[in-house]
Design a binder for this molecule. Structure first.
Ligand SMILES: C[S@@+](CC[C@H](N)C(=O)[O-])C[C@H]1O[C@@H](n2cnc3c(N)ncnc32)[C@H](O)[C@@H]1O
Length: 279
């Protein structure tokens, strides 16, 4: 398991991601000493629907101000900062990839949001968090990398208070045909741990989590993917433009194209869901 996690960390963790981000911002005419959240929006929400789907999931989950949120697989911290700035939560982010955690900390400090968001390196299957210490667990597009989902969901149930909720977005297996690779979460089949919706629901239930709501989001993610593909093409033409390419240095155009094709051809599908630890 540790070897597999090291592979996943290598997949995401471009060296000097923080320096790449600051360079890209400077090229785009932003002042790295006076950053605003909007400056980062083209690349700091690393999941299919971007910031719109973070807002949508927060509303779907009924988030209220003051909640203590754990974001598992927090990336460079965009969703955590959105939940803090727009929904009044305090957020702890945990991510396997050290370079992403360092970038999340750097950007959050520059935005002056260190009181509301903190980031630590760790694994979803052994969360570095006390039992019953969060009101809401949160995860966007991370499940695809987790081989032992039963262990992750058991950890979610452990760290939630009784009655606490688990809100997530995930890519799921579609019609069973092989995926087009590389894509954003996997360069090779052995990094890819998609399950079907039935398997996902059984695993969540096995950890004692109860379903509150679940919806298919494939159509919205496809629409957002077309916009993101256009932004990637614009950045290839004009280095002053910003896109997800800032944090995906290798094969970003191919990964985007394959993510879209997988969803459009039914090889994958996406869902948003809210589960609950019984009170
Ligand atoms: C596609 S990115 C999504 C990042 C973030 N959730 C967002 O939406 O901006 C997937 C993230 O999951 C992290 N990850 C993958 N496997 C993990 C694990 N077992 N434990 C914690 N983080 C993991 C990766 O390092 C990466 O940052």
């Amino acid at each position: 398991m540790r070897e597999r996690e090291a592979d996943i960390e290598r997949h995401y963790g471009a060296a000097d991601i923080s320096a790449r981000i600051l360079d890209a911002l400077a090229r785009a005419g932003r002042d790295p000493e006076r950053l605003e959240r909007a400056d980062l929006a083209p690349f700091d929400e690393f999941h299919g629907g971007g910031i719109a789907s973070t807002r949508d999931l927060a509303t779907f989950a009924g988030i209220t101000p003051g909640l203590r949120v754990l974001d598992v697989g927090s990336g460079i911290g965009g969703p955590a900062r959105t939940l803090a700035a727009e929904f009044g939560c305090t957020v702890t982010g945990v991510d396997l990839t050290r370079e992403f955690v360092a970038a999340a900390q750097m950007l959050t400090a520059r935005l002056g949001m260190g009181d509301a968001c903190r980031f630590v390196q760790g694994s979803a299957t052994a969360l570095p968090c006390a039992a019953a210490s969060f009101d809401l667990a949160w995860s966007q597009n991370m499940l695809m990398n987790v081989a032992d989902k039963a262990a992750f969901f058991a950890e979610v149930a452990r760290v939630l208070v009784p009655g606490g909720r688990f809100a997530f977005e995930a890519v799921l297996a579609g019609d069973g045909r092989p995926l087009h690779l590389p894509t954003f979460w996997a360069s090779r089949p052995e990094f890819n741990f998609l399950v079907t919706l039935d398997e996902l629901q059984a695993l969540l239930g096995g950890a004692g989590l109860e379903a509150v709501a679940l919806e298919d989001t494939t159509a919205q993610v496809i629409a957002a993917g077309h916009k993101r593909r256009a932004a990637i093409a614009a950045q290839a033409e004009d280095p002053a433009a910003l896109s997800i390419a800032v944090i995906v240095p290798q094969d970003v155009g191919t990964k985007m194209q394959n993510a879209l094709a997988n969803n459009e051809q039914g090889r994958t599908r996406t869902v948003k869901a809210v589960y609950r630890r019984p009170a």
